[in-house]
Design a protein around this ligand. Structure first.
Ligand SMILES: Nc1ncnc2c1ncn2[C@@H]1O[C@H](COP(=O)(O)OP(=O)(O)OP(=O)(O)O)[C@@H](O)[C@H]1O
Ligand SMILES: [Mg+2]
Length: 398
């Protein structure tokens, strides 16, 4: 059977159960993260798995694009017409779509403002959708250009109405400022032709791959949209019927360059039942923490399959230390001979022998810092052992 073919991480075969325990590849630039993720993608595609890919520089898209695949990037002529309103299927979706568009940042004070802005966006969506006031383009136009009076009208009867009460002008201005990036992101998608495209419908019934390619100079403009799209796709997967056969991969290389994917931390633990497999690549733990705060730890803990590659000297060698800790320590018995001298009134010398248990790093941080390109350590979810790996460069462009 096709789906029984396996996938490998840096040459190490993963079991069927390993796959849904997610994959993280960690290493500094040039260490081989993208190469390993592409090889994994190659195996998954060869047996017909579906995937959603945040694709830096569109490298994977260039290698694996197939007829019928969907591309989302407003600066690419092949971009599908993503339609924010078509992601809304029932009233509980207003808050979900708003939080996907405007994720929390994990910073106490600012998160409060983000919550207000989410509520305003959700309120506007609610009335616009319920009263059928127009298309997604009309909605985006209205949010971007509406006078405050119009926006107040739009939020009547929703929890966001209270932000328009008299005397609250300064607060409203701050909320609008917080909401501005989300509106900017939506505007990138406005004015496109073609059939409306819904990520949720694609997750339920689509086929092939969903590509989100972005060039380095598009990162600032697209990081918010890509994180939003990824969040919607991941959540929709959680609402499918549970399945042991299904595989949908979420490939997120250079995760630290993207914005926060609001529900990722929680979703990792739940995706397994639905056949969702997340494969992440990032450069340093410090950068991951900048985006996810304490959630960074949860993310790493929830990735059962790890590929640790060369880690840089940056952030005080923190990532190399973390890698060394993850690989673990072993207890070794060592005989220590202590010589003591005490200088009192008389010079005395003594010697004692004792057996001491010392914990030593199996792989020292310094070794991780010095690994060559495309060499490192793999841990599979289903095995306690670490495997030393070296893997070739494969660009898969045929
Ligand atoms: N076109 C190429 N032909 C042959 N080898 C290459 C090519 N591109 C990269 N490599 C080799 O593969 C290694 C890993 O590259 P890869 O792009 O996977 O690194 P990375 O960890 O994703 O880095 P970055 O963080 O910069 O994206 C490089 O250091 C280089 O040795
Ligand atoms: Mg890369």
């Amino acid at each position: 059977m096709r789906y029984r073919r396996g996938v490998a991480l840096a040459g190490v075969p993963l079991s069927r159960a390993d796959e849904t325990m997610h994959v993280a590849t960690i290493g500094s630039t040039g260490s081989g993260k993208s190469t390993a993720l592409r090889a994994l993608m190659h195996d998954a595609l060869a047996r017909g798995d579906r995937q959603v890919v945040a694709d830096p520089e569109g490298t994977a898209l260039g290698a694996f694009f197939a007829e019928g695949d969907i591309i989302l990037n407003p600066f690419d002529a092949r971009c599908a017409r993503w339609d924010v309103l078509s992601e809304i299927e029932r009233p509980s979706d207003f808050a979900f779509v708003a939080s996907s568009l405007l994720p929390h940042l994990g910073q106490g004070d600012h998160d409060q403002w983000i919550s207000y802005a989410q509520q305003l966006l959700a309120g506007a969506l609610e009335n616009f959708w319920t009263l059928k006031l127009g298309s997604s383009d009309d909605f985006i136009e209205m949010l971007g250009c509406a006078k405050l009076g119009e926006l107040r009208q739009l939020c009547i009867g929703t929890p966001a109405a209270r932000y328009f009460e008299e005397g609250g002008e300064r607060m409203l201005a701050s909320i609008m400022g917080t909401m501005a990036p989300a509106i900017g992101n939506l505007r990138h998608m406005a004015g496109r032709g073609g059939e409306p495209f819904s990520l949720r419908a694609w997750v339920r019934g689509g086929s092939g791959s969903l590509w989100m390619p972005y060039a380095a100079n598009e990162t600032a403009a697209l990081r918010g949209l890509i994180s939003c799209w990824m969040n919607i796709a991941i959540f929709e997967t959680l609402s499918l019927a549970s399945s042991r056969e299904r595989r949908i991969w979420f490939q997120i290389d250079e995760m630290d360059a993207l914005g926060r994917i609001e529900g990722l931390t929680n979703a990792l633990a739940r995706l397994r039942k639905f056949g969702g497999c997340v494969a992440l690549g990032f450069q340093s733990y410090a950068q991951l923490r900048q985006v996810y705060g304490d959630g960074a730890e949860t993310i790493i803990e929830n990735c059962g399959n790890l590929l640790l590659l060369r880690s840089g000297l940056s952030d005080d060698g923190g990532t190399a230390k973390l890698a060394s800790q993850l690989i673990g320590s072993r207890e070794v018995e060592r005989q220590d001979i202590n010589r003591t001298r005490s200088r009192g009134r008389y010079l005395t010398r003594s010697m004692s022998m004792q057996t001491r248990r010392a914990v030593e790093d199996v792989v020292l941080p310094s070794e991780i810092m010095q690994l060559p390109d495309r060499a490192g350590f793999v841990k599979r979810a289903g095995s306690p052992d670490w495997v030393r790996v070296r893997f070739p460069y494969g660009d898969f462009s045929s």
